[in-house]
Write a protein that binds this ligand. Structure first.
Ligand SMILES: Cc1ncc(C[n+]2csc(CCOP(=O)(O)OP(=O)(O)O)c2C)c(N)n1
Ligand code: SF4
Length: 284
C-alpha cells in the first residue's frame, strides 16, 4: 500500500506552508511503513487545525470534542485491542482542555499513540496563547506578551509515568515518520510531541527557528533508558532543542492487565447471555 492510498477525497485546507502537512504525510508514511491495514487503524481527533486532519485520513477516524480525543481512544483500545489506536491533538487540546486526560493516560499506560501538533498557539481560533507559548510572546489574547512560563510536555509526560516519550519536528519528515512508527510499535502509552510551525499566527517558532536549533538525540548517542537522564534532557530548550526518543520503558499496558479483557477483547466475547434490559430502561 502507498501512503496516498490513505487519502480521502478531501484535500487539506491548512494554510500554505503549515507544519501540519508534513505530520499528515508522516502519519500515512508510518502506517504504510508498518504495513498496517488502514481498516484496522483508528485515529481519534480533538478540535483545532490539527483536528481537521480527521477529514484527510482514510483510516477509521473519530472527531471528538476539544481536549477529548484521548478518552475515546482509550475506550476504543479496550473494546478492541487488536486495533492500532492513535489520538491527535493540538497543544491547547492536549495540554490545556485535555490536560487531565493526558496525565491519566500516561500513568494508566493505555496502549495508544498520542501525536500532539505543538504550534504553541491556539490556531483554529486565530492565534491566542496556549500552554506551550513562550513567556513574553505577544498573541491576540496577550498583546503585551505571555506572562506564564511555558509548560514542558516532555517533563510532564515523564512525571506522569508515560512509558514512551518523544519529540519530533514537522520540518524533519523522515525522522518524524520513524518516530511515529516506533511510537505505534511501543506497547503502552506513547507521546510524540511534534514541533509544528503555524506560519500564520506564530511568528516566533518558525521553521527557521527550529531548523537552527533542533538536533537528533539518537544521532548523538543518547540512550532513552534512564529517567533521570531523560528529565535532564527535557530541560534543554534554547540554543539547542533535542528531538528523538527521550525515554522508553517496557511495562504492561492497561488492557493487558484488565482481567475481563486481557485474553480476548470485548468485541470477541459472547455477551449473548447478559441481560441489559434493566440498564437500558434506567439509562436510555
Ligand atoms: C471546551 C471548548 N473550549 C474551547 C473551544 C473553542 N476552540 C476550538 S478550537 C480551539 C483552539 C485549538 O487550539 P489547539 O488545540 O492548540 O489546536 P490548533 O488549532 O493549534 O491545531 C478552541 C479554543 C471548544 N471548541 N471547546
Ligand atoms: S492557522 Fe496555523 S496551524 Fe492553522 S492551518 Fe494555518 S498555519 Fe496551520
Amino acid at each position: 500500500m502507498k501512503p496516498e492510498q490513505i487519502n480521502t477525497p478531501y484535500k487539506p485546507t491548512w494554510c500554505p506552508g503549515c507544519g501540519n502537512y508534513a505530520i499528515w504525510v508522516a502519519l500515512k508514511n508510518a502506517v504504510t511503513k508498518l504495513e498496517l491495514d488502514p481498516a484496522k487503524v483508528v485515529v481519534s481527533y480533538g478540535i483545532g487545525c490539527s483536528g481537521n486532519e480527521n477529514n484527510f485520513v482514510g483510516t477509521y477516524t473519530f472527531h471528538s470534542l476539544h481536549g477529548r480525543p484521548v478518552p475515546p481512544a482509550n475506550g476504543i483500545k479496550m473494546v478492541n485491542h487488536e486495533l492500532t489506536v492513535i489520538a491527535v491533538s493540538g497543544d491547547g487540546d492536549a495540554y490545556a482542555e485535555g490536560g487531565n486526560h493526558f496525565i491519566h493516560a500516561c500513568r494508566g499506560n493505555h496502549d495508544i499513540t498520542y501525536l500532539v501538533h505543538n504550534n504553541a498557539m491556539y490556531s483554529l481560533t486565530t492565534g491566542q496563547a496556549s500552554p506551550t507559548s513562550q513567556k513574553g510572546m505577544p498573541s491576540k489574547s496577550t498583546p503585551e506578551g505571555v506572562l506564564e512560563r511555558p509548560l514542558n510536555p516532555i517533563a510532564l509526560a515523564l512525571t506522569a509515568e508515560a512509558s514512551f516519550v518523544a519529540r519530533g519536528f514537522s520540518g524533519k519528515e523522515e525522522h518524524l515518520t520513524d518516530l511515529i512508527a516506533k511510537a505505534i510499535q511501543h506497547k503502552g502509552f506513547s507521546l510524540v510531541d511534534i514541533l509544528q510551525p503555524c506560519v500564520t499566527f506564530n511568528k516566533l517558532n518558525t521553521f527557521h527557528y527550529y531548523y537552527e536549533r533542533v538536533y537528533d538525540l539518537q544521532k548523538e548517542g543518547y540512550q532513552p533508558d534512564d529517567k533521570e537522564k531523560a528529565f535532564k534532557k527535557a530541560q534543554e530548550w534554547g540554543e539547542r532543542i533535542p528531538i528523538g526518543i527521550f525515554y522508553r520503558e517496557k511495562r504492561p499496558s492497561y488492557h493487558s492487565e484488565l482481567f475481563q479483557i486481557k485474553e480476548k477483547p470485548l468485541v470477541g466475547q459472547n455477551l449473548a447471555g447478559i441481560d441489559i434490559t434493566k440498564s437500558m430502561k434506567e439509562f436510555v
